[in-house]
Write a protein that binds this ligand. Sequence first.
Ligand code: FMN
Length: 298
Amino acid sequence: MALLSVLTPVLAVVLCLVLGFMLVKSRETKTSSTSERKTEVASKAKDFKPWVDQDLQDDTETTAREDEDGDWVDNCEEDRQHVPYSPPSYPEEMMLQRSEEFYTLLNQRRSVRFISPKPVPREVIDNVIRTAGTAPSGAHTEPWTFVVVSDPEMKHKIRQVVEEEEEVNYRQRMGDKWVNDLAKFKTNWIKDYLDVAPYLVLIFKQTYGILPNGKKRTHYYNEISVSISCGILLAALQNVGLVTVTSTPLNCGPQLRVLLKRPVNEKLLMLLPVGYPAADATVPDLKRKPLDDIMVRI
Ligand SMILES: Cc1cc2nc3c(=O)[nH]c(=O)nc-3n(C[C@H](O)[C@H](O)[C@H](O)COP(=O)(O)O)c2cc1C
């Protein structure tokens, strides 16, 4: 009995200590899980890029900010002045005529893989590239670089890179289905036009901008913007009677970027050999979908 009365306060103290310890521990766990959640939310907010469409998520935009070795700046636009805008306008009949003429012109555009070596005036190329540079771009970032190659040695080096990779593409990477789908175009990894065409235009998308002070800036929708400018470039070439073939040489981008001494923020989007069509040029007899198949009226 005497022993019990001595031990009771001791037990009570031990019990209090155990309860106190448990309480502190549970608070610590709560605090750490709350702070973990906060960190998670903050990191999600950092990765949250509303301008990147889920369907169009492209690694260049999603990884750009993971490359933390440089500082980023916000695209804080100064208070830009607005100016009056009055583009040309036409009476309705002329609109109709112009729309038909423009359609007829662009409907004659074909991808031509047989290009003449006949020289093309440099100023014409300058103007079509200027025209491509009129494209709209996300937040007016103009995320494009057009590398125009006319030097025969450089054209040949480009051809070597492309043919080497394309042979692997056709033999291994593309698979039977893709190769069969391309059969009607009679294409393979041999690309004579890369030596023959007077100009090769390599279009790079700038996945982010690099300011003169070395800071990086986000190039919203860079791939869409550059693709639009490529479309305008194709139309501008058609307008002056030149031809090209839209090519997207698979797995050649990094090597061509290094060969052409382009910076790491640039990725090759397209390669366009440009010139007059060869006298004996042929194209596959393709038909385009009629209006009713491509347009939905609501
Ligand atoms: C994004 C894109 C990538 C293409 N890549 C290639 C290519 O790598 N090689 C090629 O010979 N043609 C390529 N083409 C051309 C298509 O085969 C051609 O546009 C299509 O067959 C329709 O023919 P058309 O351009 O004469 O109307 C490409 C076209 C596009 C739009």
